[in-house]
Design a protein around this ligand. Structure first.
Ligand code: PEP
Ligand code: MN
Length: 345
């Protein structure tokens, strides 16, 4: 159940609601909103009688939540959540945040060159994996913590916000000290200890959909983060396992508007991992923008043919630039715009 407070409810009234929830042996999670505060009841085994709360001063109404996720549900918070990276880009309605960079950080000068290229083309978030959760143990696993100074340098040189993936709780803290956003990869979407460790940093989180995760499982993974006290969660549709290896995964474009209906969290798309092929990435990126994505994550490499991971799906610098130039009309059609003015516009 979610208890919706009146717009003019004061703090003691909200606290009284929290106390009455706690008195029943349940947890209360206060969800602030622009127009009103909501109090989500957590831990109740079954439906609660609305009469318990509706007479408390300041309470407007109660809503039964029928989904197993609560804090991320649209009913709990009517205003879309905006997730801000430091002083930089904001994920939320009206903005299209472009996250770009190589699959993996391979070498400093090359990474800096790609960082400069994607910034010039209009991206506002730089990606680059230092821990690569590869399918094969024989594939390049990333440079690890030793590459953190490279991420810091690129951030300093370009002013881009930086996102990178963490794969184990032990490295979450040192990575969180350097980057603006922590990524939880598709393979770790249901790794509860990792989800909790990342949430506790308070840093914005990019949560990728597991390759075989239902939408409900995806939202429950996000619930792990928010219930831990971190509301700064961005969801990423990156394709699910299909039957046909012609594309790497099956890009679920309907997930974007569906998630926007079910949750207040921002939703972005990753056409690179979804398609697995550079020739398909521009069209699918445009489809994601047209479907209302709050951002797109695109792998870009200075020399895709020589990349140590995911070269086949990476765009070259000129290909990325061309893609970026094609986005403004689509953004305009769906009422969004690129977060930073494009240098060449
Ligand atoms: C990545 O972003 O480099 C990555 C490994 O993606 P995913 O977790 O979606 O496979
Ligand atoms: Mn990759």
């Amino acid at each position: 159940m979610v208890i919706i407070m009146r717009p003019d409810a004061n703090l003691p009234e909200v606290e009284a609601v929290v106390a009455s929830v706690n008195a029943l042996g349940f947890r209360a999670h206060v969800v602030p909103g622009l127009a009103r505060t909501a109090v989500a009841v957590i831990g109740n085994p079954g439906p609660l009688a609305p009469g318990r709360f509706s007479r408390i001063p300041g309470v407007a109404r109660t809503i039964p939540i029928t989904t197993p996720y609560r804090l991320v549900a649209r009913e709990t918070r009517e205003a879309p959540t905006r997730v801000t990276l430091g002083a930089g880009p904001v994920f939320g309605p009206g903005n299209l945040v472009v996250l770009a960079g190589p699959c993996a950080v391979e070498e400093a000068e090359q990474f800096l060159a790609t960082a400069a290229a994607v910034a010039q083309a209009g991206a506002t978030v730089l990606r680059g994996g230092i821990f690569k959760p590869r399918t094969s143990p024989y594939s390049f696993q990333g440079l690890g913590l030793a590459a953190l100074p490279i991420l810091a340098r690129a951030r300093e040189a370009t002013g881009l916000a930086v996102v990178t993936e963490v794969v184990e709780p032990a490295s979450v803290e040192p990575v969180a000290e350097v980057v603006d956003m922590l990524q939880i990869g598709a393979r770790n979407m249901q790794n509860a200890p990792l989800l909790r460790a990342v949430a506790r940093t308070g840093k914005p989180i990019l949560l990728k959909r597991g390759p075989a995760a239902t939408i409900e499982e995806f939202l429950l993974a996000a619930e792990y983060l928010v219930v831990e006290g971190n509301p700064n969660v961005v969801l990423c549709e990156r394709g699910v396992r299909g039957f046909d290896p012609a594309t790497r995964y099956l890009f679920d474009v309907a997930a974007i508007p569906l998630l926007h209906r079910l949750t207040h969290l921002p939703v972005i798309a990753d056409p690179s991992h979804a398609t697995g092929h550079h020739a398909l990435v521009p069209s699918v990126t445009r489809a994601a923008v047209a479907a209302g994505a709050d951002g797109v994550l695109v792998e870009v490499h200075s020399d895709p043919g020589a990349a140590r991971s995911d070269g086949q799906q990476s765009l070259s610098h000129p290909e990325f630039d061309a893609l970026m130039r094609s986005l403004p009309p689509i953004c305009a059609a769906v009422g969004t715009s690129l977060t930073a003015p494009m240098a060449h516009a």
